[in-house]
Design a protein around this ligand. Structure first.
Ligand SMILES: Cc1cc2nc3c(=O)[nH]c(=O)nc-3n(C[C@H](O)[C@H](O)[C@H](O)COP(=O)(O)OP(=O)(O)OC[C@H]3O[C@@H](n4cnc5c(N)ncnc54)[C@H](O)[C@@H]3O)c2cc1C
Length: 222
């Protein structure tokens, strides 16, 4: 996260009791589960948050594709709940998720007897309904309602704001080949996979490059 510390002494603003300094203008890059969750939390704490997403909708790696053959998951096909904070977040959307049991692969002999089978899952599996993207999209709705989800906008660079150099500005590429600049942010939060974050340019890139180099992406489910 890139942050410019406030230097003036404006009064404290704590609508939810959590914010100790004046509200910040925060840009969140990426509208997957991480970016949307973070943006919601920051908004609830009284900050002025805008989320930038390169795809037409929020959902990231929980997105689905609707085709004539049916709906299928592009990313996560289920999730587990291993953290009390995640359970608390799920409690905000009662009925949206349901338990799901996957049929594990079984090897049968010629007579149809099971000769090998994967062990049953050791913990409960969950899916969102009607499709996997519903969870992030539902959490994104208050951000959309406030007009603070900017879609079809690929952030290509993070720079010092030319008008207000203690702040940050974002350069974006648009689907029609055009560009846009979004300025005036106190803080920029990257909520994209590390390799994609490495692709974001900027004169201050070294600030995040070193940390990102330590990230080792792992296959799903581990
Ligand atoms: C095939 C597959 C199967 C999986 N199965 C499971 C599973 O069974 N269980 C489980 O728990 N997890 C699973 N996962 C992992 C899970 O989906 C991810 O860990 C989780 O969704 C990641 O959320 P995120 O918000 O961190 O990132 P993402 O969902 O990747 O969100 C990042 C967002 O940033 C956007 N973005 C990227 N670059 C830019 C840019 N420059 N400008 C603007 N926007 C940008 C992307 O479009 C995306 O929407 C699976 C993933 C995959 C791919």
């Amino acid at each position: 996260m890139l942050d410019t510390t406030s230097r003036n002494s404006e009064p404290e603003h704590r609508p939810y009791g959590g914010i100790r300094s004046k509200p910040k203008r925060i840009a969140v890059i990426g509208a997957g589960m991480a970016g949307i969750t973070c943006a919601r939390t920051l908004m609830q704490a009284g900050h002025d948050v805008t989320v930038f997403e390169k795809q037409p909708e929020a959902s990231g790696r929980t997105s689905v594709v609707h085709s004539v053959c049916g709906t299928y998951d592009v990313g996560a096909q289920y999730f587990t709940v291993r953290d009390a904070r995640f359970q608390k977040a799920l409690d905000t959307v009662p009925g949206l998720c349901r338990a799901w049991s996957v049929n594990t692969v079984r090897v049968l002999d010629e007579a149809g007897r099971v000769v090998a089978a994967a062990p049953p899952p050791g913990e409960r599996h969950w899916v969102a309904t009607p499709a996997m993207d519903a969870l992030v999209k539902t959490w994104a709705q208050p951000i959309i309602d406030k007009g603070r989800l900017v879609t079809n906008t690929t952030i290509s660079a993070i720079e010092r704001d030319v008008v207000s150099p203690e702040q940050w500005q974002l350069r974006a590429q648009l689907p029609d080949g055009g560009n846009s600049v979004h300025a005036g942010f106190d803080t920029v939060l990257l909520a994209v996979p590390a390799p994609l974050a490495q692709a974001i340019q900027g004169e201050h890139r070294t600030l995040w490059e070193e940390e990102l180099a330590k990230v080792e992406p792992r296959p799903a489910g581990r």
